[in-house]
Design a protein around this ligand. Structure first.
Ligand SMILES: Nc1ncnc2c1ncn2[C@@H]1O[C@H](COP(=O)(O)OP(=O)(O)OP(=O)(O)O)[C@@H](O)[C@H]1O
Length: 737
């Protein structure tokens, strides 16, 4: 049906009005931006001058500083403090100059007619010292930008109180070089459009910040309270690592009084990954965080109680884990045992017995009278059951001494006599600093488990037969140790010794958590009972099939509390194109384990490129051709992914004759992620991403039709952002057919 002339005119009129409004708004936003940029420039000038001034002042104070002058010392401290504040403010303003903000929200609070119009940026900026002109993205109210639709809504204060609001406007800006490029209102443009623009870009060799495009489901995780632990299952590329880093920034900003960066630990499965992910932290205003592999962390906590170098032990080479010798059933059963909770529960039971044998619980007679009865001693041990053996001994000694003192006072003894009598009992129950070698205790436990399996079975702790423990003793005899042994040693130390080594850990972030057996988390919880955790992982990416986690049940129910702690699922993948995501999903569907479906963000790219060749020589030729093409396309990062370390080294050399390949470090773990072409074994690409990936020879020999190999292939495939090429010879792995 034709439109009437009248309605066409009305439409035109409406269009004109819309355009007019848009023009006025644009003018307003341009002016606002100009004004903001002007303020930032003035701030920079002001703080640069202040920086000069304070630097001169501190230098002067240093020159006149004598350690015996407390006044100067205090002045120096104040001056250094000021210098820090000025430096950070200057840094924020300089950082904000290019893109001062990315969002705006207009709202009014319920019960208050005042209209607020707030601009949100990566850095909170004030006009001089007073008015806030840009709200920091971490401020509680900024949550509205990420979370709320127009209309009635609320945000949470840091204390968890709901602040009800009415949201009138949500605007997103594209700004570059301090100039307004474009802006969209939420009711006009889907947020996805802005996001896909961002995702289409090439990636850098450090993780990027996503402050301007944090998605609703990610925002919930970032802003969840740090008073409980969270576990996040997220498909490959769903932003787990990114979200974890933003969460740290959020916690440190909003809970400054309770959480200090030095008390944060980021634990990852390898050094390349750690360097890659922590590279984003300065951009998120996070400094002085600790980052370690689990091996390093466990050794750090053991400190003098187990010095790996002095004891001449070697850490089980993580690369050897990559191709387990499945024919050796005992070895495999040992691995499977080590990652599980019964392994540490058995040790827990053993240590209880150890304690019973260590501390005398017979009634204590003094001057012909029982002054400390066996029941009382046992009851005290029960009350303090969570304390270490050393602490229990200390408490018992003190209690007994008190009783001796009281008895003597009742008998009217002289002070001198009382003191001497009390002194006699200061080590009645033993020395509080127990002289125990944690490794010896561990070995004695293994022997006990080997010899007395039925005792543990009776306590419902299922342990395998003696030969598995014999294998473990053999490894230790040959000075080979792994993260699970180190966890056990820490557990022994914590249960038996008085130590300050476990203090000052307030929050632990574990990335690629599925790579660690649930037992490691059980131990971490015991070592740091007051600490909360942010645990990120994807059970489909567990490449240590025998030891790592293939589901979350035990972690959720036996280590954490399903009532108190939170479990989240992230299903959207922001990394891969639809074509690559679909290809990865196909592999997962071939597995027997529970899988989490990937929902790709709609971003299309080339189809996955499968090339069959006749010989190894052809494979090299084809790969070189692909690499040259990729380079011409202008991509920054490319990986040729091999199955094993040996293969990586060979392929590296073969390709090096034709194209520039980035050099790997002799100690592979020290290699850093760089631009260009890297040849890497799968397990070293964990958590990383590359513009394009070439998967080297995934044939039936290299990848069997098993769950373990499917997980490896899934990891390799999902590393690719834009392009995935597969070059193979012979029969393609069934998992890819
Ligand atoms: N909200 C977002 N906006 C823009 N980019 C995002 C967003 N969320 C994630 N990304 C991007 O998606 C990619 C994958 O993120 P990240 O590496 O954190 O995922 P992951 O879940 O840890 O992946 P994997 O399990 O494979 O290690 C990164 O390039 C990240 O910048």
């Amino acid at each position: 049906m034709k439109k009437s002339v009248k309605s066409m005119n009305e439409e035109k009129q409406q269009e004109r009005v819309k355009l007019e409004i848009r023009k006025t708004e644009e003018l307003y936003e341009k002016k606002h931006l100009e004004k903001t940029v002007q303020i930032i420039k003035e701030n920079i000038k002001e703080y640069e001058a202040k920086q000069k001034e304070i630097s001169a002042e501190t230098e002067d104070l240093y020159d006149h500083y004598h350690s015996d002058n407390p006044e100067l010392h205090n002045q120096l401290l104040v001056s250094l403090d000021m210098k820090g504040i000025i430096y950070r403010t200057l840094f924020k303003n300089t950082n904000a100059l290019d893109k001062p903000y990315f969002g705006r929200i207009d709202y009014n609070e319920e019960n208050d007619n005042q209209e607020f119009s707030l601009y949100i940026g990566k850095n909170g900026i004030s006009n001089g010292n007073s008015d806030i002109i840009i709200i920091d993205w971490r401020a509680p109210v900024a949550s509205v930008y990420y979370d709320s639709d127009l209309g009635e809504s609320y945000y949470l204060s840091p204390l968890g109180e709901r602040i009800h609001i009415n949201l009138d406007k949500k605007r997103t800006f594209e700004i570059d070089h301090s100039q307004l490029i474009d802006f969209y209102d939420t009711d006009v443009v889907a947020n996805d459009e802005f996001l896909t623009k961002y995702l289409a870009k090439n990636k850098e060799v450090i993780l990027g910040e996503i402050i301007a495009t944090i998605q609703k489901e990610q925002n919930r995780i970032i802003r969840d309270t740090p008073w409980h632990s969270i576990i996040v299952q997220g498909v490959a590329g769903s932003g787990k690592t990114t979200v974890a880093m933003h969460r740290i920034s959020y916690i440190l900003y909003n809970f400054k009084d309770k959480f200090r960066p030095e008390e944060f630990y980021i634990i990852g499965s390898n050094k390349i990954l750690l360097n890659y992910i922590t590279g984003v932290l300065p951009n998120l205003d996070v400094y002085n965080i600790n980052q370690m592999t689990l091996e390093e962390f466990m050794l750090y906590m053991l400190d003098k109680d187990f010095n790996i170098k002095k004891r001449k032990f070697i850490l089980q080479d993580s690369f050897s884990k990559i191709q387990p010798n499945r024919k050796d059933v005992t070895l495999m059963r040992l691995k499977r045992l080590k990652g599980t909770i019964p392994f540490v529960k058995a040790l827990e039971q053993y240590l209880e017995e150890y304690e019973t044998n260590y501390i005398p619980t017979k009634s204590v007679n003094y001057r012909g009278q029982i002054i400390y009865s066996s029941e009382e001693i046992k009851s005290l041990l029960h009350t303090f059951k969570d304390r270490s053996l050393g602490e229990k001994i200390d408490i018992l000694n003190k209690r007994l001494q008190n009783k001796v003192k009281l008895k003597n006072e009742m008998l009217g003894e002289e002070k001198e006599v009382i003191r001497a009598e009390v002194k006699k009992y200061n080590q009645f129950f033993g020395k509080k600093h127990v002289k125990i070698d944690v490794l010896e205790v561990y070995e004695s436990f293994i022997l006990d488990a080997k010899e007395h399996r039925e005792k543990y079975l009776e306590a419902n702790i299922y342990l395998p037969e003696g030969e598995v423990f014999q294998q473990l003793l053999y490894d230790l005899d040959h000075k080979v140790i792994d993260i699970y042994d180190l966890s056990m040693l820490n557990f022994i130390k914590k249960k038996l010794k008085i130590s300050v080594d476990y203090e000052d850990v307030n929050h632990i972030v574990v990335d690629e958590a599925q790579d660690f057996g649930v037992m490691a988390f059980y131990v971490l919880r015991q070592l740091f009972p007051k600490c909360t955790f942010t645990i990120m992982g994807d059970v489909s990416q567990n490449i240590y099939y025998d030891t790592g986690m293939n589901d979350w049940e035990a972690l959720q129910n036996e280590v954490f509390s399903p009532e108190k702690d939170q479990f989240y699922v992230l299903a959207k993948s922001y990394r891969n194109t639809v074509e690559i995501s679909n290809y990865a999903s196909r592999v997962l569907r071939k597995c027997t384990f529970k899988t989490y479906e990937i929902e790709p963000i709609i971003r299309h790219g080339k189809e996955v490129n499968l090339v069959e060749v006749k010989s190894e020589e052809d494979m090299v030729q084809e790969t070189v051709r692909m690499l040259k093409e990729i380079q011409e396309e202008g991509y920054n990062t490319t990986a040729v992914i091999c199955r094993t370390v040996e293969e990586t080294l060979t392929v590296s050399e073969l390709l090096r004759n034709h194209v520039k390949i980035e050099q790997l470090e002799k100690e592979l773990d020290k290699t850093t992620f760089t631009n260009g072409i890297m040849v890497l074994p799968i397990h070293m690409t964990k958590g990383l991403e590359f513009d394009s990936v070439i998967l080297w020879n995934p044939d039936t020999n290299r990848y069997e039709e098993s769950d373990a190999d499917a997980k490896l292939l899934y990891v390799a495939i999902t590393r690719a952002l834009h392009e995935l090429h597969i070059v193979y010879q012979g029969e393609l792995s069934r998992l890819l057919q």
